[in-house]
Design a protein around this ligand. Structure first.
Ligand SMILES: [Fe+2]
Length: 261
């Protein structure tokens, strides 16, 4: 089973980049399923119906979210009406709208997609390790399992990956917007990447205008982040082949690494 996973789509420039390049990536790699993290799609904060539909139209089958899941109020209806939109499963309590697990048929096989969120240097949320244990008990044997772990620290991402090694097929991080070059198959067979990176501005910092970010570090004053919608753009993704022996490969299209098709 071949999967393309595209990292955090950041604002209108991210949406344009996704629309331009995802169909070309799919034509090149022929994935059976495409997953996109869309938690920053609406101007960097959350997702609305229009972006959700546009991400699906660009070629995604499933959209995952993260700590910005709730920034737009209409996401509640979107989550309740669309099985293929996931929010982190470890939001607390029994009454949080939506869900963080979906099982999708892919040709003759099944894929479970799980969205989890980290706790280190992030807002309080339930334990993603324990939540993963509980979710795995709900998934029938033989179903392949992919996790988007939306987390800040490399250590927490590595810890969850090793904790789940051999029990899931792939765990890929999102949220930090910078692609890491550590794709590996863990000893138990799980494919792991600390962070897949973002989709949007290439000249900004994490997708926002560099000037505001630099000013914050220069002055320690709060500054208002704005999406960098001028200039060059990039898309970051990974390719997964989930077979008896799993395989993972990072990819990016940037001005310095143009698409070779
Ligand atoms: Fe995030």
């Amino acid at each position: 089973m071949r999967i393309i996973f595209v990292g955090d789509v950041m604002g209108a420039v991210g949406m344009q980049t996704l629309t331009e390049y995802l169909p070309r990536l799919k034509a090149k790699y022929h994935p059976q399923i495409t997953i996109v993290n869309g938690e920053n799609a609406d101007n960097g904060r959350g997702i609305k119906s229009q972006q959700f539909k546009a991400i699906l139209h660009a070629g995604a089958d499933i959209v995952t979210l993260g700590n910005h899941a709730w920034d737009k109020s209409e996401v509640t209806d979107l989550l309740q009406n669309n099985d293929n939109l996931l929010r982190p499963a470890n939001y607390p309590g029994l009454h949080t709208p939506g869900k963080g697990l979906v099982i999708k048929q892919v040709n003759q096989e099944y894929l479970a997609v799980i969205n989890l969120q980290g706790r280190a240097l992030m807002a309080p949320i339930d334990d993603p390790f324990t939540k993963a244990d509980l979710l795995l008990k709900q998934i029938p044997a033989g179903v392949k399992i992919f996790i988007d772990f939306h987390a800040e620290t490399t250590s927490e991402k590595g810890a969850l990956a090793h904790y789940l090694d051999g029990r899931v097929d792939a765990i890929v991080g999102t949220h930090t917007h910078v692609q890491t070059n550590d794709a590996q198959i863990l000893p138990g067979g799980t494919a792991f990447l600390t962070d897949v990176g973002m989709t949007g501005s290439y000249d900004g910092i994490l997708g926002v205008k560099a000037t505001a970010s630099v000013q914050r570090f220069l002055t320690q004053q709060p500054t208002r982040y704005e999406i960098d919608d001028q200039g060059r753009h990039q898309i970051n993704y990974c390719l997964l082949d989930l077979e008896n022996k799993n395989h993972i490969q990072v990819g990016q299209i940037t001005p310095d690494r143009p698409l070779d098709d």
